[in-house]
Design a binder for this molecule. Structure first.
Ligand SMILES: Nc1ncnc2c1ncn2[C@@H]1O[C@H](COP(=O)(O)OP(=O)(O)OP(=O)(O)O)[C@@H](O)[C@H]1O
Ligand SMILES: [Mg+2]
Length: 290
């Protein structure tokens, strides 16, 4: 049975795309079949997973599939990363978002596509989102078994986390089966004292709020922009770098947590602890500025 995971937070530029694409590559590397769905009109995951010269028909995008009720098997494309297929994004996703009016309409954009029998060809479906709390995010979360929150170890991350968790709580009826898989700390520099202090705060907040924080931390690395420029995953770019190994280890850490699809009680998140952490993050920022 395929498991669906979204990377989501209410904040731009926190490592969502880098995490989704490199987790996809890490899982493909251990022979899992992976489908990446790019639901971000900026198309960053699509650009990373396709080469500039790669031609794919214009109708092979997720927006076209939603607009014209095309089945998954007609719109998915192969990527240069073996074992990873893609539902490509396009700027038309903006029009879809603008068109949606009611909550009821908003949450079901992916249902038809994901009901396709070919979905069972995949072990994992990884959805990349942009940082807005809109119908694209709501639909992705409604279709997902899990979401994960990539965070940089810096002040504004706590704000994005709190808004994200509040958004899920506000839609708890629609999202009753969704579980928070955990926080992934990304772009971490162990030599940066501020990064270290915020990292410790994130782990403390995780314990108090009942949100798992993954032990495998993704380090800061110039390889991310290098791989980006060459439209490659980190495994394709440099297999032995610490960041590549960190994504492989993170994929391994996640795997045993992914078995129980929509079964059992959804763990209760203690939101007061997130609000507390957000104040602590802000205090720290003030102290550092003074
Ligand atoms: N581990 C890392 N080391 C260095 N740079 C990184 C790392 N992870 C991400 N970046 C850089 O940080 C920026 C944001 O990363 P990314 O695009 O993955 O975030 P995002 O959350 O998907 O952003 P958006 O909200 O715009 O979609 C990018 O320029 C990326 O190259
Ligand atoms: Mg992105």
């Amino acid at each position: 049975m395929s498991i669906i995971i979204s990377a989501a937070t209410h904040k731009g530029g926190t490592g969502k795309t880098t995490t989704i694409v490199n987790l996809a590559a890490s899982y493909a590397n251990i022979n899992k079949r992976v489908l990446v769905i790019d639901l971000d009109p900026q198309m960053n995951a699509t650009q990373l997973l396709t080469t500039p010269g790669q031609q794919y028909p214009e109708e092979k995008t997720i927006a076209q599939a939603i607009n014209n009720s095309l089945p998954l098997e007609e719109v998915r494309i192969q990527t240069s990363c073996e074992g990873v297929d893609l539902l490509a994004a396009s700027p038309d996703l903006n029009d879809i978002r603008d068109r949606m009016k009611s909550d009821a309409e908003q949450a079901f954009l992916l249902d038809d596509l994901l009901e396709s029998p070919v979905i069972e060809e995949y072990d994992l479906i990884l959805i990349d989102l942009h940082g807005s709390l809109d119908c694209l995010m709501l639909s992705a979360l409604k279709s997902s078994d899990y979401y994960l929150i990539p965070m940089f170890a810096e002040r504004s991350s706590a704000e994005g986390l709190q808004m994200m968790v509040d958004f899920v709580a506000r839609h708890r009826r629609l999202l009753s089966a969704l579980r928070l898989l955990g926080i992934v700390i990304t772009r971490f520099n162990p030599k940066n004292a501020t990064n270290v202090v915020y990292k410790d705060l994130i782990y403390e907040m995780g314990k108090k709020s009942n949100i798992p924080v993954f032990q495998n931390i993704i380090p800061v690395s110039n390889a991310v922009s290098g791989a980006d420029a060459e439209h490659k995953t980190l495994l394709q770019y440099r297999r032995t770098l610490p960041i590549t190994e960190a994504y492989t280890a993170l994929a391994g850490e996640m795997l045993p947590l992914l078995s129980s699809r929509r079964r059992g009680r959804v763990p209760q998140i203690r939101t007061a602890a997130i609000a507390e952490a957000r104040s602590a993050f802000e205090m720290l920022d003030v102290e550092q500025m003074s």
